[in-house]
Every structure is written in structure tokens, then in C-alpha cells.
Design a protein around this ligand. Structure first.
Ligand SMILES: NC(=O)c1ccc[n+]([C@@H]2O[C@H](COP(=O)([O-])OP(=O)(O)OC[C@H]3O[C@@H](n4cnc5c(N)ncnc54)[C@H](O)[C@@H]3O)[C@@H](O)[C@H]2O)c1
Length: 330
């Protein structure tokens, strides 16, 4: 029997790519999303790519209505993508973030317990490492939050850890993403933030297609070869294959936290250059003062993912950038 996988936040950037991969691998997909940061048209595009449909519920995971989903479907595993993720907004409205991200997970876990579902893959983030004390960052690195969004990810990891301590029949994978970028090769789904993007790649993409005038580069005096910040970017399809491996190996995971990155960092100027090469256009940028809380470099040690999930990223920056451009041009 095909397994039923619940994707909370499944209409979003990462969730929609996960839905495609699961449907292509003959899983049944149930998506719960309140569409606060996504659009219903994504569901049509998931079907266009796969010739299959995901079951969709427009529900807020914090609401009691979530129970309907568990009542109507025997959920075998949850991949919990749903969260608010804008760092700036989290500083302005911390309560909203605590309620949505921490309260949302608690409601999902309550339903899982009630309906006897033990498997969960959780979307965490490299933000839980705070300011890196050493590089590359492995999973033993200390955790500290530099904003309320990061606090919610650490709190959710703690909730899952405590749950596992209490009842080790749960199978839990905590995946700490570095910086996912790029899009599905069809160009039908990708990252589509509402308003001006917070993240570098979508922002540079908008400049590349002429929607925004120039890129703001925050700081060029960091201790890096070209002075701009270095991050570990990971192709969305690599990130998704990491989730597939986590799902397949979930019975061997003991609430492990696992980095998903490439292990290689690229500077802001290198990303801009890659967009110039892929688009054949000059990308104007201006140097602005560094932002509070930004760090010079952050990239992953991915040995544990290789050992635990038999997974490693295979795409490079050029693939990430060209797939993103393909998506936004369409
Ligand atoms: N994209 C990144 O750079 C990145 C990096 C690290 C971690 N993450 C984490 O990965 C997960 C997915 O991120 P994404 O980039 O796909 O974000 P996204 O905003 O595109 O997707 C999240 C989805 O969750 C939905 N959602 C939010 N709150 C909800 C609620 N209360 N009820 C129902 N649906 C709700 C949104 O409408 C959206 O469709 C998030 O948990 C995020 O924190 C993302």
C-alpha cells in the first residue's frame, strides 16, 4: 500500500517540490496550508508536473480543524514545513512567530499522538547555530538564537527532543537547512515570495529580469576573500532528495539533527556573478552597511548526512541559479 504523507505548508516553496517528488515516487500526498505565504495555483502546477494530484486542505495548522485531516486520512508520516520564516517580521511580531511556529508544531504533534502517527520530519534551519564559533559547522555546534524566528526553530527542536525522550517509539528527523535556492526543472514551481524577497538569490533574480533596479550588498568588509558574506547555498532538488532519504531511513533515526547543505560557501559577489553569467546581463549592485546579526561566513559540515542518510548534494551554484532564472522567466 502506498504511504500517506502529510505535508504541512505543502503549498510553499520547499513543500511544493517535496509534493512533486513524493507523487513521482508513488506516495499519496496530503497538503495542509493556510496559503498565508503561498498560492493555490501551486497545486495545479504540481499536478501538471506529475499528472497526479495531492489532496488539499486549506487549514491553519494551529486550528482545531486540523483534526479533520487526521480523521479523513490515515497519516503514515508528517513532513512539517509549515512556518513563518521572515526574520525581520519575526523581530517586529515575535508573538505571532511563537504562536504560529511553536503552537503549530504542538497542534500537529497532538494530532499525531491521537491518531497514532509516529514519524515526523521537521524543517529546521542553520539559523539555530547563531554566530558560528567554528567552520564548517557540524551538528555538535552550540545552539543560539539571534532573532525570534531562530528562537522558534530551537524551541521546536527542543519539543521534538523532549517528545523522543518521553517516548522513543517516535521516529524523528530534524533537518537543518542551509540556504535552499533554485527551482524544479519544469520551471512550473519555485520560490515566489510576496513583495520584495528577504533572501539574496530571489532578490538578485528580480534584478536579473529587470523587476528591481539593483542588489543591495550588505557589507563588503567581512573577513572573506572579497569582503562580502559567504553562505552555503543548496539546490532545492538536493534538499528534497535529503528529505526522501530521511523518510526512507526514518526508522533508523533517533531524533537526529542533520545538516543539509553542500559544505561549500559562496560569497554575495560570487552569487551575483553567477546570475550575470546565467542571464547574460550585468547586475547592478550597491554596497550598503552590514546588517545587525549577519555573520561573515556560514557553511555546513555534511558528514553526518552522508553517514546517516547516505545523502550528499550534487548540484553546484550554476545549476541553482539557472534553474531559478528558468522559473522566474516563466
Ligand atoms: N527557504 C529557506 O531559506 C529556509 C531555510 C531554512 C529553513 N526553512 C524552513 O523550511 C520550511 C519551509 O520553508 P519555505 O521556504 O518552503 O517557506 P514558504 O513560506 O514558502 O512555505 C511555508 C508554507 O507554510 C504555510 N503556512 C505558514 N503558517 C501556516 C499555518 N499556521 N497553517 C498552515 N500553513 C501555514 C505558508 O502558507 C507556506 O505555504 C519552513 O519551516 C522554514 O522555516 C526554510
Amino acid at each position: 500500500m502506498n504511504k500517506n504523507i502529510l505535508l504541512t505548508g505543502g503549498a510553499g516553496y520547499i513543500g511544493s517540490h517535496m509534493a512533486v517528488e513524493l507523487l513521482n515516487n508513488n506516495y499519496n500526498v496530503i497538503i495542509v496550508d493556510n496559503l498565508i505565504n503561498s498560492d493555490k495555483s501551486v497545486l495545479k502546477n504540481i499536478s501538471r508536473i506529475t499528472n497526479k494530484s495531492a489532496k488539499f486542505y486549506k487549514i491553519d495548522i494551529c486550528d482545531d480543524e486540523l483534526e479533520t485531516v487526521f480523521k479523513e486520512n490515515k497519516i503514515d508520516a508528517v513532513i512539517h514545513f509549515s512556518a513563518l520564516k521572515a526574520v525581520g517580521e519575526s523581530i517586529e511580531k515575535p508573538e505571532l512567530y511563537y504562536k504560529n511556529n511553536i503552537g503549530g508544531l504542538e497542534n500537529v504533534l497532538e494530532m499525531m499522538e491521537k491518531y497514532d502517527c509516529n514519524d515526523i520530519v521537521f524543517s529546521s534551519s542553520a539559523t539555530v547555530y547563531g554566530k558560528p564559533e567554528y567552520l564548517p559547522i557540524d551538528e555538535q555546534h552550540s545552539l543560539s538564537a539571534i532573532n525570534p524566528y531562530g528562537e522558534t526553530k530551537i524551541a521546536c527542536e527542543e519539543i521534538l527532543g523532549a517528545l523522543y525522550q518521553e517516548n522513543n517509539s517516535y521516529n524523528i528527523a530534524i533537518l537543518r537547512y542551509f540556504n535552499p535556492i533554485g527551482a524544479h526543472s519544469s520551471g512550473l514551481i519555485g520560490e515566489n515570495p510576496q513583495g520584495l524577497p528577504n533572501n539574496l538569490a530571489p532578490f538578485v533574480g528580480k534584478v536579473a529580469i529587470g523587476e528591481v533596479e539593483k542588489v543591495s550588498v550588505f557589507g563588503d568588509n567581512y573577513d572573506t576573500p572579497d569582503g562580502t558574506g559567504i553562505r552555503d547555498y543548496i539546490h532545492i532538488m538536493d534538499l528534497i532528495s535529503g528529505h526522501m532519504q530521511a523518510l526512507k531511513n526514518i526508522n533508523n533515526l533517533q531524533c537526529d539533527s542533520i545538516n543539509l547543505g553542500t559544505g561549500k560557501g559562496y560569497s554575495v559577489l560570487e552569487v551575483i556573478k553567477a546570475f550575470e553569467t546565467a542571464s547574460g546581463k550585468k547586475i547592478p549592485y550597491e554596497i550598503c552597511p552590514p546588517r545587525d546579526g549577519d555573520v561573515a561566513q556560514c557553511y555546513a559540515n555534511c558528514d553526518f548526512a552522508k553517514q546517516k542518510l547516505n545523502w550528499q548534494a550534487k548540484y553546484g551554484l550554476d545549476d541553482m541559479v539557472s534553474s531559478h532564472l528558468n522559473w522566474i522567466k516563466k
